[in-house]
Ligand binder design. Structure first.
Ligand code: TXA
Ligand code: MG
Length: 324
């Protein structure tokens, strides 16, 4: 039976996870579709529910920084600084895995993605289960990540149990950093913890690189696919008024506009507003994108957000949502 667990029922959710059930859980970034990493059938079930290729690895979530050494090895010294600065929080680290992590979790890879979430529900659950939780975003493969438990219900037509943890505070997925190299690190997926902050922390001895995707066979992170985090309706970026007016001719059945300024108001069939600051924008973006997708209109226009500090992760998601 599918269930919506309330905060008071966390222990029941933990028991279900221990029995090998899959449950959607809140984290500060987005909701995750969680399984105890030692329950191989539950891990398999995650891939089935998401419709995700089994070669695409899952993130595991731990509750204490000390546990990193149980699940990963050959950890560069600079990783300590990253953990102290950014954990718990929206930074995922890629490291070589130990035998405590099965290849079913890592899609056959020798590395594993690890994150320590700051959400109190996620932390309490991991502690009560006694093992890390594997949890990709709780959406179908390629679709928009959920930032509210109701998004999870609609994504899986109510067939997945979920914990009601309210709205996610960060709102887009974590920054993924490959730290397998002792002399440098590489951002595989941008997020709200930006390259510049990581570089400032590590100093010039450990350069922070941006991953350059070369071809499809090179894709190890689904979030690195060009078309991802995508709504079902056509979506595009608009820079100015004349562009939106032109698009209105292409889509006579109406456009939903996601905007953060007043510049383009009154032209689209519906205006959905986003905050003008990066943190507020990230927190609301997926929710508004889902609302736009659920509307009766036929296309989604997204006002180009600012460039600059704080916006890299948001730009990445907008470009992927509009890439088709
Ligand atoms: O904020 C987040 O990271 C959320 C919450 C639930 O923690 N999780 C999330 O998981 O976004 P997911 O699976 O939707 O995205 C994780 C990405 C995937 O694109 C996956 O391919 C990549 O991390 N990944 C996982 N393990 C990896 C590895 N060993 N090497 C490279 N990429 C990896
Ligand atoms: Mg995802």
């Amino acid at each position: 039976m599918q269930k919506i667990f309330k905060f008071e029922e966390l222990h029941l959710a933990a028991q279900a996870l221990k029995r090998g059930e899959v449950i959607a859980i809140p984290t500060e970034t987005v909701y995750g579709l969680a399984a105890d990493i030692t329950q191989s059938q539950a891990v398999e079930q995650i891939f089935k529910l998401k419709g995700r290729p089994t070669s695409h690895p899952l993130i595991i979530h731990i509750a204490n920084p000390q546990d990193l050494a149980l699940y990963t090895k050959d950890i560069p010294g600079y990783v300590d600084h990253l953990i102290q600065a950014f954990w718990p929080g929206p930074l995922t680290l890629i490291l070589k895995k130990t035998d405590a992590v099965s290849e079913a979790v890592t899609g056959g890879q020798a590395t594993v993605a690890v994150r320590m979430p700051s959400h109190p529900i996620a932390k309490a659950l991991i502690e009560q289960v006694g093992h890390p939780l594997a949890a990709p975003s709780a959406n179908r493969f390629g679709k928009v990540s959920p930032t509210h438990y109701q998004h999870v219900l609609s994504e899986f037509d109510g067939t997945v149990s979920v914990i009601d943890g309210g709205a996610c505070q960060v709102g887009i997925e974590s920054t993924i950093l490959d730290v397998t190299n002792h002399n440098q690190c590489t951002i595989l997926r941008p997020g709200m913890i930006e390259a510049i902050r990581i570089a400032a922390l590590l100093g010039s001895t450990i350069p922070v690189l941006q991953h350059q995707k070369s071809n499809v066979s090179d894709i190890r992170a689904s979030g690195m696919l060009k078309y991802h985090y995508a709504p079902t309706k056509p979506a595009f970026i608009v820079q100015d008024l004349s562009e939106l007016q032109q698009r209105k001719i292409d889509y006579p059945d109406g456009i939903v506009l996601l905007s953060h300024s007043q510049r383009l108001d009154g032209i689209a069939a519906i205006d959905l507003k986003l905050p003008a600051d990066a943190e507020g924008y990230a927190r609301t973006f997926y929710d508004q994108l889902r609302s736009a997708d659920a509307s009766s209109h036929c296309a989604i226009a997204i006002e180009a957000p600012p460039q600059g500090l704080g916006w890299a992760g948001i730009w990445d998601r907008i470009l992927k949502a509009t890439a088709k």
